[in-house]
Design a binder for this molecule. Structure first.
Ligand code: UDP
Ligand code: MG
Length: 345
């Protein structure tokens, strides 16, 4: 962890942005107000990560970066998804502390001083725990709650705190640890938990979205959940074994039953419906588990291709920050398309 006695610590705020132009200005004014308030305890920069937005989010961010020395940005070459956008931010953020916050004002920026104060008590991760989630549908809250509890049971060693989003403050030490994680199917909440280190929670009320709509459809959430489960648990694979054992036992018992029945009652030829049901049940079960294996295989395939995690089309460091020395892990992870001469980092 960074030395708490050093004169003025620096805070880097990572903001993944995907089609947020409607609320970006409001977001920045609230963040800027908070940063002004915190100015005597910490200096700060904001690193927007434009995740291939199709609206004019990037233009707005560029304007902010010109207007305010505290603003820097990365622009990914296309939409890579929030998890990767956050990882890109973590590769470049160079503060003693780093905050990850959504751009839609669902995570109140006013909580940052509390997060920082808590972290300074000696925690590497201070995550914001949602007491209430306003403006989110019942199904979203219910599915999220089931998912986080299921994840908790599936991955016992890695404790993923329930009711937390990605809004959190982490230490430099934790950032460096996260940079070492190379996997492509990134379930960040799991990875935050995986690195360990002392952590604490601060409770807050999750506001409804400021502007626009959530870009996570039910289908996207389902895939997100699959990523989470497959990257932190192999339990579904083992399930096939146990289901197999159970089914074999059942077959044994029903086999015995048929033998006895035939010996006693003879052998008329009944049972077409039960035959069909059995057939369908077992072919269904087999396909299901082939599918489960497929989910893991597909991710294995993805990992084995070793593509860079993201590509940058543009980048600009906040003017108040010093250029960052080239970091080997960054070079290996994301490859910049910007020529070294124009590179700001
Ligand atoms: N986001 C992103 N890439 C994406 C989707 C979302 O960077 O592909 C950002 C988005 O701009 C926002 C944050 O991730 O800052 C959370 O997204 P959203 O509000 O849509 O998710 P929800 O709050 O519904 O989980
Ligand atoms: Mg949101």
């Amino acid at each position: 962890m960074a030395d708490p006695s050093s004169p003025l610590q620096h805070l880097s705020i990572i903001v993944p942005v995907f089609n947020e132009s409607a609320g970006l200005q409001a977001f920045w004014s609230r963040v800027a107000a908070v940063l002004d308030d915190m100015a005597d305890t910490v200096s700060a920069d904001v690193l927007f990560v434009d995740d291939g937005s199709r609206d004019d989010s990037l233009t707005l961010i560029q304007a902010l970066a010109i207007a305010d020395a505290r603003v820097g940005y990365l622009a990914l070459s296309r939409n890579f998804g929030k998890e990767i956008a956050m990882s890109a931010g973590l590769d470049f953020a160079d503060g003693d502390w780093v905050v990850l916050i959504d751009a839609d004002l669902q995570d109140p920026p006013e909580l940052m001083p509390t997060l920082l104060a808590k972290a300074r008590e000696g925690f590497d991760t201070v995550y914001a725990r949602r007491a209430e989630r306003l403006g989110e549908s019942f199904t979203k809250r219910a599915t999220a709650s089931v998912f986080y509890r299921l994840m908790g049971r599936l991955s016992r060693r890695v404790e993923i705190p329930a009711d937390t989003g990605d809004y959190r403050l982490i230490s430099r030490r934790a950032v460096l640890a996260l940079r070492q994680i190379k996997e492509r199917n990134r379930f960040m909440k799991g990875l935050f938990a995986w690195i360990g280190f002392p952590s604490a929670a601060v409770t807050y009320v999750r506001d409804p979205r400021g502007e626009g709509v959530s870009s996570f459809s039910l289908w996207r959430l389902w895939n997100f959940a699959l990523d989470g489960i497959t990257s932190f648990s192999t339990a579904p694979l083992k399930l096939a074994t146990y289901a197999g054992v159970l089914v074999a036992l059942l077959a044994f018992v029903s086999g015995g039953f048929i033998i006895v029945k035939t010996l006693i009652f003879g052998d008329p030829v009944p049972g077409f419906p039960s035959l069909m049901v059995t057939l369908l049940f077992f072919s269904g079960l087999q396909l299901l588990f082939i599918g489960v294996i497929g989910e893991y295989l597909a991710r294995l395939f993805d990992e084995s291709k070793q593509r860079p995690l993201y590509l940058l089309k543009e980048q600009k460091a906040a003017a108040i920050r010093q250029p960052q020395p080239t970091d080997a892990s960054t070079v290996a992870r994301g490859r910049s398309t910007v020529s070294p001469a124009t590179q700001d980092f």
